[in-house]
Design a protein around this ligand. Structure first.
Ligand code: IPE
Ligand code: IPE
Ligand code: MG
Length: 231
């Protein structure tokens, strides 16, 4: 086996919670609970493997189209677990950040996301970015609005200027984006930032994911040759 290159930034489109539950004749919400457990396993494994940034696609700007029950359950999960896991973040020195539209969220949840980001801001072991009420197009539209509001002149508009208006401009682009549960699409995840990301698709449903799956993805990534348009 050749050398393993651990990507500094991994993004995960955690998909398949609903199918996992339906396959067991259970309510879709049960799948989200199992998905949360998988997320915790993978965060711990990523930290141990030396990943610096892990972006978890948790709720998209399109996920509001789901039933009120399911949306309510997902909002409740964040409310219930985000702060409850504080000991876990401390233990693993994990900094929590948010990507997405805070204005479109219930105010208590937006506040909770800000509080947990603030409480963990000095931790340097690994950064977990929760993409919650996140859409790549929405992120770009919000950036454009801020650029216009700031009265930035046309000649000052460069790629790095646009980048500086995105949600987390200091975080490097994702090197590897993983999508679980057989779908092969981005579903509006990190559109700007993924310009040169490597993709890895897995048939396993997210609640079944474990450390060995992350290791397999990184091994696969390690064999890729990234050219960024060069030779
Ligand atoms: C991913 O699982 C979690 C969220 C989008 C919140 P899904 O809920 O999309 O599960 P499937 O794709 O219906 O199986
Ligand atoms: C993408 O999954 C969003 C998250 C994982 C949070 P979806 O299940 O919403 O994506 P589509 O609808 O299959 O494209
Ligand atoms: Mg899905």
């Amino acid at each position: 086996m050749s050398a393993i290159h651990v990507p500094p930034h991994v993004g995960i489109i955690m998909d398949g919670n609903g199918r996992w539950a339906v396959a067991r004749n259970q309510n879709r919400t049960r799948g989200h609970l199992e998905g949360l457990k998988a997320a915790k396993r993978i965060v711990a494994a990523a930290r141990e493997l030396g990943i610096s940034y892990l972006t978890l696609y948790t709720f998209s700007t399109e996920n509001w189209k789901r039933t009120q029950d399911e949306v309510g359950f997902l909002m409740g999960l964040v409310k219930q677990y985000l702060m409850k896991e504080l000991d876990f973040y401390v233990q693993h020195s994990i900094r929590i950040r948010h990507a997405g539209n805070l204005d479109g969220l219930p105010s208590d949840i937006a506040q909770e996301l800000k509080t947990v980001a603030d409480l963990t801001r000095t931790y340097t072991g690994m950064t977990v970015i929760l993409a919650f009420n996140y859409g790549g197009r929405d992120e770009i539209v919000r950036a454009i609005k801020k650029i216009v509001k700031d009265g930035v002149p046309e000649e000052a508009i460069t790629e790095s200027l646009v980048q500086s208006y995105l949600d987390n401009p200091d975080i490097p682009d994702p090197d590897l984006i993983i999508r679980t549960a057989s779908e092969k699409r981005s579903s509006n995840f990190l559109l700007w930032e993924s310009a040169y990301s490597e993709y890895y698709f897995s048939d396993k449903l997210w609640p079944d994911w474990d450390r060995e799956d992350l290791v397999a993805a990184i091994e696969d990534y390690s064999k890729r040759q990234r050219r960024f348009g060069g030779l």
